[in-house]
Design a protein. Sequence first.
Length: 93
Amino acid sequence: MSDEAVAAQVVADTADTTAAPSAAGGATVSQHFRLVFFGVLAITLLTLTASLYIGIFVAKPTEAAKSVMETCSNLSQLGFGAMVGLLGGKAVT
């Protein structure tokens, strides 16, 4: 095989594995987008869980615990905003 044929085959294989057609028809979701989206989702759920745990199960939280709870709450709000932005950006393209 020539170098051009090998390069064309690699490009075709990469295109097949990095994008999957959606049920709507034209939009595709790449593996990179999935990785970023699910990474943000995991961090968001982790920080939301930590904030709720401190708020519910810590009877008398110290100032440090209150600060951690507020930070986790802010991070979960930022994560939700990031997910909305990712999905909105994907819908526009």
